[in-house]
Design a protein around this ligand. Structure first.
Ligand code: ZN
Length: 228
C-alpha cells in the first residue's frame, strides 16, 4: 500500500506504543483502550447466527439459497464496517503521533494463541497495513519491535512477572499495578526507545521526508527495513 501522497502535518511530539489484546481492539502506552465498536460486534453476532442457520438448511433447498444470499450480504456488511473502523482508527493514530510503535507479530501464529477466538485478528492485520499507509501519508515513523515478554515484564522496573492469559492485571513487587495491556503498551514503546536513541534513529535509519521508509523492525538493536 505504498503511496506518493504525503500530506504536510505538524510534529505532535507524541510517541505511542500499541498493544493488541483480547478484550479491546488495542490498548496504548497512555492507558487508553480502543474498543471494537458496538455496531461491528452486533453485525458479527448476526453473521454467526446466519452461518448457523445456513448449516441447518437442507442442501439444494430454496431456503438454503435464501440463507446463502443473506449470509453473503451480511459478510459484505461486516467487512465494510470493519474496514471503516480500522481505517478511521489507523488515520487517527498516525495523525496524533510522531512515532507509533507496534509489535512485530506473526498474525497466523497469533490467531492460534493470543487472539484465539477473537474477532480482532482479521482487523489487526488490516490495521497494521493502514497504519503503514497513513504513517507514510503523514510522514510519521512506524516501528515494529520484538514482541517477546511485552506482557510479562514490568514496565517500571523491568522485572519479569509471569502471568497467564487470564491474568488481566500486572502487579509487581516494585509497587506498580497496571492493566495488563497498558503495561504491555508501555513496554512496546520502551523497546523502541531503549534500542537506540531517537536522534540516532532519525539520522541513520529513518530515511527521507517522502516517507519512503516508514516501518522498521527493531530486534536486539538490529534494524531491518520492513516495508517502504
Ligand atoms: Zn516492577
Amino acid at each position: 500500500m505504498s503511496s506518493s501522497r504525503v500530506e504536510s502535518s505538524n510534529s505532535t511530539g507524541n510517541y505511542l506504543g500499541i498493544d493488541v489484546g483480547l478484550e479491546s481492539f488495542y490498548t496504548d502506552s497512555t492507558g487508553k483502550k480502543v474498543e471494537n465498536p458496538r455496531f461491528l460486534r452486533k453485525s458479527e453476532k448476526k453473521l454467526k447466527k446466519l452461518q448457523r442457520k445456513l448449516s441447518k438448511c437442507k442442501k439444494g433447498s430454496n431456503n438454503r439459497r435464501k440463507a446463502q444470499a443473506k449470509l453473503a450480504r451480511q459478510h459484505l456488511k461486516v467487512s465494510r464496517q470493519r474496514k471503516d473502523f480500522v481505517v478511521k482508527t489507523a488515520r487517527c493514530v498516525a495523525m496524533s503521533n510522531d512515532i507509533v510503535v507496534i509489535e512485530n507479530l506473526n498474525i497466523k501464529g497469533l490467531v492460534r494463541t493470543k487472539l484465539a477466538k477473537s474477532i480482532n485478528d482479521a482487523s489487526w492485520s488490516m490495521f497494521r497495513e493502514w497504519l503503514e499507509y497513513f504513517c507514510q501519508v503523514f510522514d510519521r515513523k512506524l516501528i515494529a519491535v520484538n514482541p517477546n515478554y511485552t506482557s510479562q515484564d514490568c514496565s517500571n522496573c523491568g522485572q519479569r512477572v509471569k502471568k497467564s492469559l487470564s491474568t488481566r492485571t500486572h502487579i509487581c513487587s516494585c509497587g506498580v499495578r497496571l492493566c495488563r495491556d497498558h503495561n504491555a503498551g508501555i513496554n512496546i514503546l520502551n523497546k523502541c526507545k531503549n534500542s537506540v536513541g531517537h536522534t540516532q534513529i532519525t539520522q541513520e535509519y529513518w530515511g527521507n521526508a517522502s516517507g519512503q521508509m516508514s516501518l522498521f523492525c527493531v530486534d536486539e538493536n538490529h534494524y531491518t527495513k520492513f516495508a517502504g
